[in-house]
Design a binder for this molecule. Structure first.
Ligand code: GLC
Length: 591
């Protein structure tokens, strides 16, 4: 082991000392690096997608009677997304609708919520006007609404719409157009009318859905979004009528793909899903500050500012827009931890607006071990969450020359040096992080970014090789999703259903020869034997146990005899082939 370790250290040193021209550090001002760094993303653009495409960051709000219940009904807690409590705890329509009398959110302050969104760096707000439960949070002709059926007797949607407009934020409504659990004929709602006659979806659509969408589209000023949800098997002609209504009354409002039948302006990814690979076109990930969209008393799993920024930068880095949700409680207050961490993240964004606003996707097409990348024209914005030892930041596969590079420290751009060696570029940062929870390095390129997207195996960080980036033969590669608690969605790109000889093969660019500790992340049944082979003829084979949830297991030291392009093939040798689901392998340089 000692000789191996020494050889690893010697190789790493060789990697470090290999000559390469260290380019002169040209001093640059922030504006020269980024152009107009005070990136303004306003509503005034005539381009209806500008706010969404360039703002990249919005606030989602789930708020209704369910917030007053807070995940509890008659002393019993419902562990899951709080807005589903009626259905999941089988609360009758009568009992649920009667709760409106107890919903009096007197602490609701629209201006305070708008100020929070602004402090967070968010550029619009989308709020639930009517969720699956059927309760309208606005003054509607339909009687089951907050003005007529609750002691609050105010229209908070009007207050919020006005406050957003006054603050220069976009505003939009979420509306559950298919499901309505308290309106006869609504999907998953009562099938009979009060007089016992059969209720139809057409009746619900005619009597409630269409008129209410008309109300929210004509009574609250210009909307930037109408966010329909769970279209289910809603007939296409009904969806077309709603889309047409929005187009006519709110020409600038964007529809997300959840309106159904391909009528959206942009793709809404699955709940809480940040994709591992860049996606083309306009798309959004909606996520929440804890694990529930609506307030739930027990759910204290708040994302801190590091995780908020990590997911925001990853979403923008993959080419998308991040819609992050808060769930005000029954009094109308946003839970303090959510507000605290949103503000902390917002202060960071204020220091680096170009990382988020009008920023483009990473030319690498995926995250890096130390963080992620967005782009401002020909400038790479390297967002470093895990500061490399001795400040040695590595970039694999960068093919475009660097004109200048600097690290933002104390509001100034400190020039840094860089070395090119083979297919890798090493940037010499200060030894200590320049900011928390992430430092920002700006690399102005000599032209449009050109990158070999081959996954790098780093000599100074653990490299996660996700299954998404493997070639699979003789097994099934597909994205799966599942719920932890009800509604708490998780996603994995995985390979399973292994046939004889089935393999997952990664092609990688190894910066330095040496030993790497190999872990496999998988789930399955019983003990599994996996074989790992490299193009250098190195073979590892080992048995480890498995569990029904994904877990990383050590498989030993994997040596690379030479730096450069290599392949790593993983195959299942023994164990239930249909159950063994591999989602990643990790290579960590041996100490
Ligand atoms: C799912 C849930 C819904 C929630 C939405 C948020 O559709 O059913 O309750 O509002 O996700 O994206």
């Amino acid at each position: 082991m000692i000789s191996n370790a020494r050889s690893a250290i010697v190789t790493l040193l060789a990697f470090t000392l290999l000559t390469a021209s260290s380019a002169p550090a040209a001093e640059l001002s922030m504006d020269q690096m980024w152009g107009d760094t005070k990136v303004q993303v306003g509503l005034e653009s005539s381009d209806r997608v500008a706010l969404f495409r360039d703002g990249n960051y919005g606030m989602f709000i789930h708020w209704g009677i369910y917030s007053h219940l807070g995940g509890q009904w008659k002393g019993q807690t419902f562990y899951g997304i709080g807005e589903w409590i009626k259905r999941q705890m089988k609360i009758s329509e009568t009992d649920y609708m009667a709760e409106a009398k107890n919903f009096n959110p007197t602490a609701f302050d629209a201006r305070a919520i708008v100020q929070l969104a602004k402090d967070a760096g968010m550029k619009w707000i989308i709020i639930t006007s009517k969720h699956h439960d059927g309760f309208a949070m606005f003054k509607s002709k339909h009687p089951f609404n907050i003005v007529d059926a609750s002691p609050f007797a105010r229209d908070p949607m009007k207050e919020l719409a006005d406050a957003c407009r006054a603050a220069g934020l976009g505003f939009g409504f979420y509306y559950s157009h298919n499901q309505d659990w308290t309106a006869p004929g609504g999907n998953n709602g009562p099938t009979k009318n009060p007089d016992g006659s059969e209720a139809s979806f057409d009746q619900y659509f005619r009597e409630k859905c269409f008129p209410q969408v008309q109300e929210i589209c004509t009574g609250y000023g210009p909307l930037s979004f109408v966010w329909f949800d769970t279209p289910g098997k809603m007939p296409k002609d009904h969806v077309e009528k709603l889309a047409e209504l929005v187009r006519q009354t709110q020409p600038k409002a964007l529809l997300c793909s959840r309106v159904g039948h391909g009528l959206g302006d942009y793709l809404s990814k699955g709940d809480m899903e940040v994709p591992p690979r860049n996606l083309e076109g306009l798309w959004e990930t909606c996520d929440t500050t804890n694990d529930s969209w609506a307030y739930a008393w027990y759910d204290q799993n708040w994302k801190d500012s590091r995780e908020i920024l990590h997911r925001l930068v990853a979403t923008v880095g993959r080419g998308g827009t991040y819609l992050l949700n808060v769930g005000p409680d029954g009094t109308g207050r946003v839970p303090a931890p959510a507000a605290k961490y949103l503000r902390q993240a917002g202060q960071w964004i204020q220091r680096y607006p170009q990382v988020v606003y009008s920023a483009g996707a990473s030319p690498w097409g995926h995250a890096q071990p130390w963080g992620d990348v967005t782009t401002t024209g020909h400038t790479l914005n390297l967002v470093v969450f895990d500061w490399p030892a001795h400040g040695r930041l590595l970039l694999p596969g960068l093919q475009t020359g660097i004109a200048a590079a600097g690290v933002v420290a104390g509001g100034k751009l400190q020039p840094i040096t860089w070395k090119k060696r083979g297919t890798w570029t090493e940037l010499q940062l200060p030894p200590a992080p320049t900011d928390a929870p992430a430092g920002v390095v700006a690399v102005k390129l000599q032209g449009a970014p050109k990158v070999d997207q081959t996954l790098g195996v780093f000599p100074n960080a653990a490299s996660d090789l996700l299954l998404e980036f493997a070639e699979v033969q003789g097994a099934t590669k597909k994205e799966i999703r599942w719920m932890e608690k009800f509604g708490e969605w998780k996603h994995a790109n995985q390979v399973s259903d292994w046939q004889a000889g089935g393999r997952a093969v990664w092609t990688v660019d190894v910066a330095a020869a040496g030993d790497y500790r190999l872990d496999l992340t998988y789930k399955g049944e019983g003990r599994l034997v996996w074989r790992i082979e490299t193009d250098e003829g190195v073979k590892l084979q080992n048995q480890q146990t498995s569990t029904p949830v994904y877990h990383a297991y050590p498989f030993g030291l994997l040596p690379f005899k030479t730096p450069g392009r290599h392949t790593i093939a993983v195959s299942l040798v023994e164990g239930p082939k249909d159950k063994a689901s591999l989602t990643a392998i990790r290579l960590t340089p041996a100490e």
